[in-house]
Design a protein around this ligand. Structure first.
Ligand SMILES: [Fe+2]
Ligand SMILES: [Fe+2]
Length: 365
């Protein structure tokens, strides 16, 4: 159950109340008295996490001058193009847009993207704190504790970039908020992993990668490279943990996980329609959805597919594609993303994505 609370907020009043959102869940906090370290892949991952920590205050150059319009122009080549194609449709809600409006879309889009990254990072912080409590294995509790620190750092860097360099931010996207609420109100411990580590973080890893390749703004580029190094470990944490657990589930239990994963995937795609941005631009988001579904521009299709480049191979590794008569395989085939199934899964590739270590080796050499 989710509540926007007025009673649980202590002595908060007025404006401050709008700044909090409470989610309640009937979860069991698990102690384990078995301190034996037996899960080698998780032990290795934990060691890696300890040596690859970085400090957002000192490892990034916050004195960098950022020109929001230039950043927007670069991102616009990949981002705004998805929406510009909508103008060609009959009765399009953006038919009247000229250069000035599209330029503004570029700026708003970058702001909206980074704002949703920031909110998503807070979701990761809370979900991983939940996993520390609920996962029954000591090796996983150790690792999850390092991820909590990582996620705090990620919220910190996106919030600081938005505040100091872009000067404005968006509230959380309704689709993203719904996903985070669903994950956090579910009492099953593996659902926090599946929703956050596999789906939300898997998609974030792909999205950060796209943005990192496109932008030449040095602060944002380095920030994304470093956040991605951490995210690769987080997705690996999900794969390595659930792989073991999902082997024991029945087909019916796997089917529940498949349906949950697919529902999250669809809502994650919707979040990249940026409803909150269109509202700010004075355009009805529903009209954007309708036109998007009708036109389905090629740039949008490619973008939506690329977002699944990490999710699909990771779902395969967990046995989720083919369990329960291949239900999820069919769904991923229908939405045109099954071609990623044999791409490298993140359980294997995380160590090659450690940009923090690469920078350190380069500077000591
Ligand atoms: Fe993160
Ligand atoms: Fe993460």
């Amino acid at each position: 159950m989710t509540i926007d609370t007025t009673t649980d907020a202590g002595d908060m009043t007025g404006d401050k109340l709008e700044l909090i959102h409470a989610v309640t869940a009937d979860i069991g906090t698990i102690f384990t008295w078995d301190y034996e370290r037996s899960r080698l892949p998780l032990m290795k991952l934990y060691e890696k996490a300890k040596t690859s920590q970085w400090n957002a205050s000192t490892d990034l150059d916050w004195s960098t001058d950022v020109d929001p319009e230039k950043v927007a122009d670069e991102l616009g080549q990949g981002g705004t193009a998805r929406f510009q194609a909508l103008a060609e449709a009959e009765d399009s809600p953006v038919k009247h847009f000229g250069d000035k409006e599209w330029r503004q879309v570029g700026i708003e889009l970058q702001n909206s993207l980074l704002s949703q990254f920031m909110h998503g990072e807070q979701g990761a912080l809370l979900c991983t704190a939940r996993i520390v409590e609920t996962v029954p294995w000591i090796d996983a509790k150790y690792y999850a504790a390092t991820q909590v620190v990582d996620e705090a750092r990620h919220v910190e860097v996106f919030a600081r970039y938005l505040d100091e360099k872009l000067g404005t931010q968006y509230g959380i996207n309704e689709n993203l908020k719904g996903i985070l609420d669903d994950i956090l109100s579910d009492p099953r411990w593996d659902i926090a992993y599946l929703g956050m580590q596999i789906m939300v973080e898997g998609l974030a890893l792909a999205a950060f990668g796209l943005m990192q390749q496109i932008t030449s703004e040095p602060l944002l580029k380095k920030l994304l490279r470093y956040v991605m190094s951490d995210e690769a470990r987080h997705v690996a944490f999900g794969v390595l943990s659930l792989q073991e657990f999902y082997k024991e589930l029945t087909d019916a239990e796997m089917r529940e996980r498949q349906e949950f994963a697919f529902d999250v995937a669809r809502r994650l795609q919707r979040r990249f329609a940026h409803a909150e941005m269109w509202s700010r631009m004075g355009v009805d988001p529903e009209a954007i959805y309708r036109t998007m579904d009708k036109v389905n521009p090629p740039a949008q299709q490619v973008f939506q597919q690329l977002l699944f480049s990490k999710i699909v191979p990771n779902c395969k590794k967990l046995g989720l594609l083919d369990a329960a008569d291949g239900w999820l395989r069919q769904r991923f085939t229908e939405i045109g993303v099954i071609q990623f199934e044999d791409w490298t899964d993140t359980g294997e590739e995380y160590s090659t994505l450690d940009e923090v270590e690469k920078d350190r080796q380069a500077s000591s050499a």
